[in-house]
Design a protein around this ligand. Structure first.
Ligand SMILES: Nc1ncnc2c1ncn2[C@@H]1O[C@H](COP(=O)(O)OP(=O)(O)OP(=O)(O)O)[C@@H](O)[C@H]1O
Ligand SMILES: [Mg+2]
Length: 485
């Protein structure tokens, strides 16, 4: 009885059954490029048992042909191929399919080449003889990442199709609700109050509302009502006639007129003075106003959007904001959640910014290492999306290869010192390699601070300009345009 029980149990240990139940490798396709038949065979067996569809190529040429003709999820690439080496082949694969993950297979003790391969975009490497479990784990995580990226792309396309929100990213339930609401209110003329912490995307949402409204071809006029003294704000909003005040030497249109037919975005409304609030209330009530010093009423057709990062009800309760104006502005509220309340959006946003900044700098595509991504997802983001965007931009600028490791993220995000992150990220690096990375980073940061003016940077470092330039050349630092903001 016991014997037959164990016989019945046996298939449960069979890898095929296991993958069928955990399902995460289902039908993924893996291409192995290796000249050694024994390696191809053993990988074929191992991967097929795990439920992967496999394809085998004996050299680079055959491998590239198969990549062009198929849609693989991953490539296992031998570093020491005859003819074209794996290292030479890698950029050709990346050229055809930048996102396709490639794991290098190397003989023991070729660490230098491996470092170079990872710099050139290889996902990872495995040394012969490999440990099956570790290899399978690496394959699973690379495929999962690859699929997540594809899903992001897909999602972006749908958002774009559905709402014309081409530059807004998010897949959390809470953001999808925001998108629905935005799409619903955009076509109307209703006033919308957008609330959210600093950096959550209030201005971006305001622009999306305008872009999805029938007013899209008319002006979108933003004004930061908190940044100006009351008198200047009023003359900016309402315009003035010549001689309305001493410096009014000519008459000037106000933004309410400039925005005629379009949208006026009143940003940071909580800091607006009481007098200005009363005047704005009037315009909201009957869409009429007068130039400062003027006598004629002007009629405008303007849609108002407003934004704030403070609790407006509290402002009203404490007498700093008119209740009647608050209700006028708050016809519809869009609440933007802080980033820490929607962590599933972090990888998506990170990829969005990686793509944007790699492009902007003319770099090849960049991606985050697994530990860098984990650090981003775990961090609390008090500055929300803007802070994430800045961290990614910095990582892209500091990177000198396709992979951005946690060593390129600010220490307060990874919770580790830069040196610790560096040593962990690259345990095989020599002292000179490590010093180079540190030197490179210090020079880039100084150049950034000097607005990429090499002379200033050399002066501050107290080295001759020629020394700095030699280092820039040796460390392969790309000089960015001067005067960039
Ligand atoms: N969902 C998103 N998808 C893509 N980019 C985003 C998203 N949310 C915010 N951003 C980007 O983050 C940055 C900050 O956004 P925005 O200026 O709209 O924030 P804000 O809430 O107005 O911030 P503040 O209160 O500081 O003015 C911008 O560069 C914006 O493009
Ligand atoms: Mg803003």
């Amino acid at each position: 009885m016991h014997e037959s029980m164990s016989e019945v149990d046996l298939p449960l240990n069979d890898p095929i059954v296991e993958t069928a139940t955990n399902g995460n490798s289902a039908s993924a396709g893996i291409l192995v490029i290796d000249d050694e038949a024994s390696i191809r065979e053993s990988l074929d067996v191992l991967l097929s048992l795990e439920g992967y569809a496999t394809a085998m190529a004996v050299d680079g040429e055959e491998g590239l042909r198969m990549i062009e003709a198929n849609n693989f999820d991953l490539v296992l690439l031998d570093l020491a191929l005859p003819g074209q080496s794996g290292l030479e082949l890698l950029p050709q694969i990346k050229e055809r399919q930048p996102e396709l993950p490639v794991i290098m297979i190397t003989a023991y003790g070729t660490v230098d080449n491996v470092v170079e391969a990872v710099r050139a975009g290889a996902e990872n490497f495995v040394q012969k003889p490999w440990d099956n479990e570790k290899l399978l784990a690496d394959i699973r995580s690379a495929i999962a990442r690859h699929r997540a990226e594809e899903e992001n792309l897909q999602l972006k396309r749908t958002l774009k199709q559905r709402y014309n929100f081409s530059n807004i990213v998010g897949k959390s339930e809470i953001m999808l609700k925001v998108f629905d609401l935005v799409a619903q209110v955009a076509p109307s003329r209703s006033t919308v109050l957008i609330q959210g912490e600093s950096g959550t995307g209030k201005e971006l949402i305001a622009k999306a509302i305008h872009a999805n409204s029938p007013r899209r071809d008319k002006p979108f006029v933003p004004i930061n009502t908190g940044a100006m003294p009351a008198e200047l704000l009023e003359s900016t909003l309402f315009g003035h006639v010549k001689g309305a005040f001493t410096s009014a030497i000519a008459s000037k249109k106000g933004l309410f007129e400039v925005a005629h037919g379009g949208t006026l975005f009143l940003d940071e409304i909580a800091t607006m003075g009481m007098d200005t609030q009363a005047k704005i209330l009037r315009v909201l009530q009957d869409r009429r106003f007068m130039h400062l010093g003027g006598v004629q009423e002007i009629q405008v057709d303007v849609r108002i959007l407003a934004a704030t990062n403070v609790d407006m009800r509290k402002e009203v309760r404490e007498g700093r904001f008119r209740e009647d104006l608050f209700y006028r502005l708050n016809v519809i509220t869009v609440d933007l959640p802080p980033l820490r309340a929607r962590r599933e959006d972090i990888p998506l946003l990170a990829n969005h910014f990686l793509e944007f900044y790699a492009n902007e700098n003319g770099f090849t595509p960049r991606r985050l290492s697994t530990d860098a991504l984990r650090a981003l997802v775990d961090y609390d983001w008090p500055g929300n999306v803007r802070e994430l965007e800045n961290s990614i931009e910095r990582g892209v600028v500091l990177s000198n290869g396709p992979v951005i490791g946690s060593d390129l993220l600010p220490g307060h995000i990874t919770g580790r010192s830069f040196q610790d992150a560096l040593l962990e990220h690259n345990p095989n690096a020599s002292l000179f390699d490590i010093l180079e990375v540190i030197e490179r980073r210090i020079i880039i940061e100084k150049l950034e601070r000097c607005n990429w003016n090499q002379t200033d940077a050399a002066e501050q470092f107290r080295v001759p300009l020629s020394t700095l330039n030699q280092k820039i050349k040796r460390l392969n630092i790309e000089i960015r345009k001067k005067g960039r903001e």
